[in-house]
Ligand binder design. Structure first.
Ligand SMILES: C[S@@+](CC[C@H](N)C(=O)[O-])C[C@H]1O[C@@H](n2cnc3c(N)ncnc32)[C@H](O)[C@@H]1O
Length: 282
């Protein structure tokens, strides 16, 4: 029972959360969340750094609602929040990303989750309507794509070996114009678009593939095609990166995009006052 993300959750906390910490830190710094703010973190996963950073920033006079579609992710998130001593002002709940109850919010955050959301347009509109005046939406997604990035390489190999099995493409947020359009079609206006990168290290290529297969987006692929076919995908990937025992160090780019309601005045890192382009339709 449960979903691939439920089964990936414990491993995601172990293998990916520590590696993604610098990316989450960048997103949260750019958002400049003030003390006392109300923050919604969607696609929160197992209580990632963005949830804890939001809790720290708002303090006990603020409020954080962390939601995820996966029951197991939410369970772990709740434990993480409790262990950090933030449970007095952080609420964890199983919910779709489009759900914005108990608003309006000063900030809505979505880290590495936007491309998992099938109803993306509906979700972005719902976020726009769930913002306070001067509120902002902050997302981070992988990209722009680089050919030698192992994330891209393994997706590429998958398309070659298993053309009928797809993974989500993340690349839209990386394209400034497409991102601007996506937001403007959903009652939002982009106020910042920044690319960041940090080093990720795996002792071996095999451990990278294992962490993707068991604890991340490739869990669904593995459960769909089974061990044998997945092993063929992995073998082809190892051919490209020098073998299963080769150490992997790479610095994948990720794009941070921040948006606000058209016409609103918002505060960002190093920019206390930015007017979002467009006319308000409140
Ligand atoms: C790659 S993880 C990101 C977790 C965390 N935000 C991070 O940055 O490490 C994507 C998460 O999105 C969740 N998810 C996928 N579709 C969703 C939806 N429609 N609504 C809410 N959560 C969703 C998954 O359960 C998973 O926990």
């Amino acid at each position: 029972m449960g979903t691939p993300w439920d089964r990936a959750a414990d491993g995601y906390l172990e293998h990916w959360i520590p590696r993604f910490l610098p990316y989450h830190t960048d997103l949260m710094r750019e958002l400049a969340i003030p003390e006392g703010a109300r923050v919604l973190v969607t696609n929160s996963g197992p209580g990632g750094n963005e949830v804890l950073a939001a809790a720290r920033a708002v303090g006990e006079t603020g409020h954080v609602r962390a939601t995820d579609a996966s029951a197991r992710m939410v369970e772990i998130c709740r434990e993480q929040v409790k262990n950090a001593g933030f449970d007095g002002w952080v609420q964890c709940a199983q919910a779709d990303a489009a759900a914005v109850p108990d608003g309006p919010y000063d900030v809505i955050v979505c880290a590495f989750g936007l491309w998992q959301i099938v109803e993306r347009e509906l979700t972005l509109r719902s976020w726009s309507r769930g913002l306070k005046k001067g509120g902002k939406v902050g997302v981070i997604a992988w990209g722009p794509a680089e050919v030698d990035d192992p994330f891209e390489q393994i997706r590429d190999v998958l398309h070659e070996v298993e053309p009928d099995v797809s993974t989500h493409s993340h690349s839209v947020v990386a394209d400034r114009e497409k991102t601007e359009r996506m937001f403007s079609e959903c009652e939002l206006s982009m106020v910042r678009h920044t690319v960041v990168r940090h080093s990720l290290t795996f002792p071996t290529a095999e451990q990278f593939v294992g962490a993707l297969r068991e604890s991340c987006t490739f869990r669904r692929v593995w459960e769909t095609i089974g061990d044998e076919r997945f092993a063929r995908v992995a073998a082809k990937f190892y051919d490209r990166c020098g073998g299963p025992l080769e150490p992997l160090t790479f610095a994948p780019p990720a794009t941070i995009a921040i948006a606000a309601r058209p016409g609103d005045e918002v505060t960002l890192l190093d920019r206390p006052s930015v007017r979002a382009v467009g006319t308000q339709r409140r």
